[in-house]
Design a protein around this ligand. Structure first.
Ligand code: E4P
Ligand code: PEP
Length: 442
């Protein structure tokens, strides 16, 4: 593993400029003493599951906030997010007849790459908000100064989130017998919620039958749930990289799965250099500018042994570009015998500003990009492995459309995201039903 100084020599992009280098060193030194948040063995288990995804034997559901916030670490917030992910997973498993790998975009998703270093409001220009890991969202000079103490806050917030998630998924909340109780409040009355209720009733019957014949598998009572985030900040990610005592190999122990963003995937860049040493399952975002040769070079550098489950390409072309852009990548990567899981991020290529001034996405574009992703893979005989969605467990109004028909005016009602717009709970469930149909047709 290269040293932090070696990585800085490669001039990593999208890093904060801290005013006090001594304070950064102190925070990093403290982080290096903190216990791991995940175990290397768990990362290996996820890698084996991602290998199944790459072969079409399981489907990946990866979801969570665009940017977690420290204020968002509450029991209600974490439970609500988990609940909708469990509902989506049940829909995909049952209606799509496919085992689902559950990967939260949580417990570490606190740093954001930005298009611009600065933000201007009413003639005042300040550093852009780069996630709670870096600076504050409040638009004041003090709040926008990068503060390395926040790296320790990320660790603590991630630990609290993961602790709660682990308690929920192993302590009975994820028990399939709870399938009805996940469908509560505003969701229950929506058409997607009613459709879910019918599906939950069918699952009940199937479980009653299993119980009658004396079958009570452990799988019904708990789920395997993993964490993921974009490993963007060199200080944090390097400090949370440890040598596994079993294998003597480096693992990032701040999340099971980490990915490289679209803006930091340069072949000779610091992020690729850092990632190539890790033994976690990893992802790379590929947007419309990525060529098939870029993808191949990344695969060779990041996964030279061509290990199954190690590398995931998360494509984010946009609904209008995926049908033209994706086939070339998939064809060449497949022809070279590269082992990779293909996952669709239908969010980041579909962002625009509404006439009312909100960063938003159309639900129909999200669905169309996933459909395009399935169409391309089905036409080529390759595997559409999963989806990565920005979603929340709450009734927010950040994306346009869906069964609730949120319009541009309606965005103002409850827009809470600090960076990009998320699907709300009903839209997430609607998407799960539509993707389940795409899965079943295959
Ligand atoms: O979540 C992704 C990026 O951080 C985000 O889309 C960048 O947004 P910006 O263009 O507003 O900086
Ligand atoms: C920044 C993100 O996406 P991308 O790198 O694809 O723009 C993200 O997923 O948060």
């Amino acid at each position: 593993m290269p040293s932090l100084a070696d990585l800085h020599a490669l001039k990593p992009l999208q890093q904060p400029t801290y005013p006090d280098a001594g304070a950064v060193d102190t925070a990093v030194a403290k982080l290096r003493t903190m216990p791991p948040l995940v175990f290397a063995g768990e990362c290996d288990d996820l890698k084996a599951k991602m290998a199944a995804v790459s072969r079409g034997e399981a489907f990946l559901l990866q979801g969570g906030d665009c940017a977690e916030t420290f204020d968002g670490v509450t029991a209600d917030n974490v439970r609500n997010k988990l609940r909708v992910l469990l509902q989506m997973a049940v829909v995909l498993t049952y209606a799509g007849s496919m085992p689902v790998v559950k990967l939260g975009r949580l417990a570490g998703q606190y740093a954001k790459p930005r298009s611009s270093d600065m933000e201007t409001r009413d003639g005042v220009t300040l550093p852009a908000y780069r996630g709670d890991a870096v600076n504050g969202f409040d638009f004041t000079p003090e709040s926008r100064i990068p503060d390395p103490q926040r790296l320790l806050d990320v660790y603590n917030a991630s630990a609290a989130t993961l602790n709660l998630v682990r308690a929920f998924v192993t302590g009975g909340y994820a028990d399939l017998r709870q399938v009805h109780t996940w469908n509560t409040d505003f969701v229950k009355t929506s058409p997607a919620g009613q459709r879910y209720e019918v599906l939950a009733g069918e699952i009940d019957k199937a479980m009653a039958f299993m119980s009658a014949i004396g079958a009570d598998p452990e799988e019904l009572r708990r789920v395997d749930f993993y964490s993921s985030h974009e490993a963007l900040l060199m200080e944090y990610e390097h400090a949370m990289t440890r040598i596994d005592s079993r294998t003597e190999q480096p693992y990032n122990v701040s999340g099971h799965f980490v990915w490289i963003g679209e803006r930091t995937r340069q072949l000779d860049g610091a992020h690729v250099e850092y990632f190539r040493h890790l033994r976690n399952p990893i992802g790379v975002k590929l947007g419309p500018s990525a060529t098939a040769d870029d993808a191949l070079a990344l695969a060779h550098k990041l996964n030279p042994q061509n290990e199954a489950g190690r590398l995931t390409f998360i494509t984010r072309f946009g609904a209008g570009k995926i049908r033209d852009g994706l086939p070339g990548l998939v064809e060449k990567v497949t022809a070279e015998g590269v082992s990779v899981a293909w996952v669709c991020d239908p969010m980041h290529g579909n962002t625009f500003e509404s006439s009312t001034g909100y960063k938003t996405r159309r639900f129909d574009d999200v669905v169309d990009e996933v459909q395009g992703f399935f169409d391309v893979h089905r036409a080529l005989g390759t595997v559409p492995g999963g989806i990565l969605v920005e979603m929340t467990g709450d009734d927010v109004t950040e994306c346009i459309g869906g069964g609730e028909e949120i319009d541009e005016e309606g965005l103002a009602h409850r827009y809470e995201s600090v960076v990009d717009p998320r699907l709300n709970r009903v839209q997430s469930l609607e998407l799960a039903f539509l993707v389940a149909e795409m899965l079943r047709k295959g």
